[in-house]
Design a protein around this ligand. Structure first.
Ligand code: URP
Ligand code: ZN
Ligand code: ZN
Length: 458
């Protein structure tokens, strides 16, 4: 199969030029000017931006959580991702406390195998570090291609590990050449505030927000950075939301250390005023949305290179499930749908409004997630020899987001009625047109599991 893309504006993390692109047998085969070749398909990309398929390194598909499952499974979630220009996702396997990592991985494989439209990989969440778990780290890295190990400093009794487990895990992962990532919030403090608000009869979604003040994230981010520095392990903070947490990693940079960080599109776009609405449960996620001053800090963190990735933490629940917490915010399943809209929202809010450059946009959506999570240069770049994961993007097309038209399996949109500038018009995955002007061209099961290489510290 061959595809020739003519006259596109090719953008990589540090390049921006107009050229033709030839795709052969699933790979990018040549880039140049005025190609005269007989390709099976020719796409005129004049006036369009051409960049590598985006990678979302933080999604939860078909995940058992808070008594239910996230509502997008591997089929609906990876397809919605493709509609929005994301060709590869990294999902989280969650160890059950008392059980092995291998047991959890088998469960996640049984839900995902053969069901994905887009490419996918796994992080392993270690929720119970012991001698057994320790012996599995090497196998995960060497046999399964899982090189990143997620930890939770919150969700006590289900997912949280203590600091003793954290440093032992960090030491083992460091020895085996992996990376430790973290949900960095102070679980004990949050649980105390939740209990206090419940005792006082303060039960609306606003109290989800008020139970997780900025200090809970700033303190845990700082603690994690200190422990990472002590153990020397490559380290990455997921879903960073606020100035206090950003300053924790800024301080470690001032000591010539490096903790990498990811924020999510919702923290750049939305703020905590939404929790005062009647339907505030739609935005109940952890950590919660913050203040406009935090949004300013996060945009600055991106520009300054302190934050390397924009992900989604896609973890949707239908409104019926959100309603489980109608009379008690602590029962609202935590999570938010965004897998489909991250690329277009970041272009519209970031590039079109002049907050970040087009190169930074590609860097934080494509190149950096590929590098950090061991998939570069196979993915994350328009370069000869890379997988032909390509987005042809119309920077001038305007459209309005709505639950009526999105492809995610959730009956509301967090961005209902928001008008965005820029649209993913054609999305190619490993040399096949996957989605073209909203039409799906590949079968379920086309998505491949991607074994990842060792971590690269940015
Ligand atoms: O609210 C969230 N973020 N739900 C998913 C689990 C997590 O903490 O990432
Ligand atoms: Zn989290
Ligand atoms: Zn998450």
């Amino acid at each position: 199969m061959s595809i020739l893309i003519k006259n596109g504006r090719i953008v990589n993390a540090s390049e921006d030029y107009v050229a033709d692109l030839l795709i052969l047998n699933g790979k990018i085969s040549a880039i140049g000017q005025n190609f005269q070749v007989n390709a099976e398909q020719v796409i005129d990309a004049s006036g369009k931006i051409v960049f590598a398929g985006a990678i979302d390194p933080h999604v939860h598909l078909d995940m058992p959580f808070m008594g239910t499952f996230s509502s997008d499974n591997y089929e609906t979630g990876t397809l919605a991702a493709l509609h929005g220009g994301t060709t590869t996702v990294i999902d989280f396997v969650l160890q059950t406390q008392g059980k092995s990592l291998g047991y959890a991985l088998d469960q996640w494989k049984s839900r995902s195998n053969g069901n994905c439209y887009g490419d996918y990989s796994f992080h392993m969440a270690v929720t119970d570090f012991n001698e057994g778990t320790k012996s599995e780290i090497r196998t995960m890295i060497q046999q399964e291609g899982i090189t990143s190990f997620k930890t939770f400093m919150a969700y006590k009794g289900a997912l949280m590990i203590d600091d003793g487990q954290m440093i032992q895990l960090m030491q083992e992962v460091n020895k085996q050449g992996g990376m430790v990532t973290v949900h960095a919030t102070n679980g004990d403090m949050i649980d105390t505030l939740i209990a206090k608000h419940k005792r006082e009869g303060k039960l609306t979604p606003l109290y989800h927000y008020l139970s997780q003040p900025e200090v809970t994230e700033a303190e845990a981010s700082n603690r994690f950075a200190e422990l990472a520095e002590y153990t020397g392990v490559p380290a990455y903070i997921v879903h960073m939301t606020c100035e206090g947490a950003l300053n924790a990693i800024r301080r470690s940079t001032m000591r010539n250390k490096r903790v990498m960080a990811e924020t999510c599109i919702q923290y750049l776009m939305l703020d905590a005023r939404l929790y005062e609405r009647e339907d505030g449960a739609k935005w109940v996620m952890s950590p919660p949305l913050r203040e406009p001053k935090d949004q300013d800090a996060l945009w600055a963190g991106l520009r300054q290179g302190l934050i390397q990735v924009v992900a989604t933490d896609h973890c949707p629940f239908t409104w019926e499930k959100k309603e489980l917490g109608r009379n008690d915010f602590s029962k609202i399943p935590n999570g938010h749908p965004a897998i489909e809209h991250r690329v277009e929202l970041l272009y519209s809010e970031g590039v079109a409004k002049g907050k970040i450059s087009i190169n930074k946009f590609v860097e934080v959506l494509c190149a950096n997630p590929a590098k950090i999570f061991g998939m570069y240069p196979r993915k994350g770049t328009i370069s000869i020899g890379a997988d032909a994961d390509v987005v042809i993007f119309d920077p001038n097309a305007r459209h309005t987001l709505s639950a009526k038209t999105h492809h995610m399996n959730v009956d509301y949109s967090s961005y209902e009625g928001v008008e965005v500038q820029g649209k993913c018009e054609t999305v190619i995955l490993r040399g096949k047109v996957a989605v073209d002007k909203g039409e799906v061209k590949i079968p379920k099961g086309y998505g491949q599991y991607i074994k990842r290489d060792h971590v690269k510290v940015m």
